[in-house]
Design a protein around this ligand. Structure first.
Ligand SMILES: [Zn+2]
Length: 407
């Protein structure tokens, strides 16, 4: 059985920058490794040419839950900054594996694969099945991996673990049971041409002036509901103007301007609430101006928030497993960003959004690294959860499909 540290080093040494569509080489490596597992069914699926995701299904042949294990294989770019260890070195130093993607999230992928291979070595799952997914395009366009697989019916199951880092600045600092969602909206302002610029009055503002007023007001005062949540003390986040376009010629009063509104939303947020709230806010701020608002500007403009019941047996089992793997102070918490767990949760199944090695603070920066201790602990935690999920008296009850269909 391949060691989790070696596996993580190997994965880091295969560059897979998402912006360069680099996932293919990782998929080839993992396919070769997993093709040696007897009875493993491998599927390589491209949501878009050159953006392959790998699905490896390991079926016990006995009834039981289908456990989805997920990690993304793309990374962000290396960036211009100096690295102490080369970005694709995979060096081991100071108790860590170093390199781009080590924390986000090749360490997580390595731990899921290593735990699965250990389980195979020990005889495989005693009930149900594992669906191990190494998915594309999380950190670039954010659509052609997990969301695409879910929306096209290629990925389904009864319970899931996403191996994003389980801590911000410490390994297994938290057990994440919730994550914020996001919405990307496009606001378009249309103003009637006010005539000659020399006769302009700000009482009848041109489109760019209206857009700027709206942009400032939205950032300062627009708070999408729900405005508060126990696991997210900072509330929702609103950024207006990541994208902005408007105006044209000097001396010509702008008739058109458009800008983006990027929001991070708390559990409970719904698109049917969000859009009317934003439209209402805009109408109150700039009455009488023609403004259109829609979700857009991104392949997947809405990512739902996620929340698991803290009393769910999956939460309790995961918390106990984290504690006994050497992190007794881990507490239930909300993941500050978005993870693809939210898309998996739209299947109506319980999902842990960030149960993996590494620290969020170390991601997306030079000298990204993952501790060997957290890699080994992750394998232990997954093995513990396999034992409780993939067995005859699983902590995940058989799904009541009729009830799910009724919604
Ligand atoms: Zn990630």
């Amino acid at each position: 059985v391949i060691d989790v540290v070696e596996l993580c080093q190997d994965l880091v040494r295969i560059p897979s920058v998402g912006a360069e569509h680099g996932e293919g080489a990782v998929v080839t490596y993992l396919s070769e490794l997993l093709s040696e597992v007897p009875d493993a069914a491998l599927d390589v699926i491209e949501g878009k040419p050159d953006r392959p995701s790998l699905l490896c299904t390991l079926d016990s042949g006995r009834p039981g839950p289908a456990l989805i294990l997920n990690g993304h294989t793309d990374t962000v770019s290396v960036g211009a900054d100096q690295w102490v260890h080369g970005a694709f070195s995979g060096d081991v130093d100071d108790g860590c594996v170093w390199g781009r993607g080590s924390t986000d999230m090749k360490g997580g992928v390595a731990a899921l694969v290593a735990a699965t291979l250990e389980l195979v070595e020990a005889g495989g799952p005693s009930a149900g099945k594992i669906i191990l997914t190494a998915s594309a395009d999380e950190d670039t366009e954010g659509y052609y991996g997990v969301p695409w697989l879910i929306q096209h019916g290629k990925l389904t199951g009864d319970v899931a673990i996403v191996a994003e880092p389980a801590g911000v600045s410490e390994d297994y600092e938290n057990l994440y049971i919730a994550s914020r969602g996001y919405a990307y909206a496009r606001v378009e302002v249309h103003a009637a041409n006010g005539g000659h610029a020399s006769l302009y009055s700000p009482d009848r503002p041109h489109a760019v002036a209206v857009a700027c007023r709206l942009l400032t007001a939205i950032e300062q005062d627009f708070r999408p509901s729900p405005a508060s949540h126990g696991l997210f003390p900072a509330g929702p986040t609103v950024i207006a103007g990541d994208r902005f376009e408007g105006g044209g010629e000097l001396g010509y009063l702008a008739e058109y301007a458009t800008f983006s509104v990027a929001s991070r939303l708390l559990p409970g947020a719904e698109p049917d609430d969000f859009l009317p709230e934003l439209k209402g806010f805009i109408a109150r701020t700039c009455p009488g101006v023609e403004v259109s608002v829609e979700l857009g500007g991104f392949p997947q403009p809405w990512g739902p928030p996620l929340e698991l019941d803290p009393d769910h047996p999956l939460v309790q089992a995961a918390l106990a497993a984290v504690h006994s793997a050497g992190y007794p102070s881990a507490r239930i918490a909300g993941w500050p960003a978005f993870t693809e767990a939210s898309f998996i949760a739209t299947l109506g199944i319980p999902v842990l959004p960030g149960l993996g090695p590494g620290q969020i603070d170390l991601a997306h920066r030079p000298d990204e690294r993952v501790s060997i201790a957290s890699l080994r602990a992750s394998v232990q935690i997954y093995r513990e959860l396999f034992d409780q999920i993939l067995c005859e008296n699983s902590i995940i009850p058989p799904r009541d499909h009729a009830e799910l269909a009724r919604g």
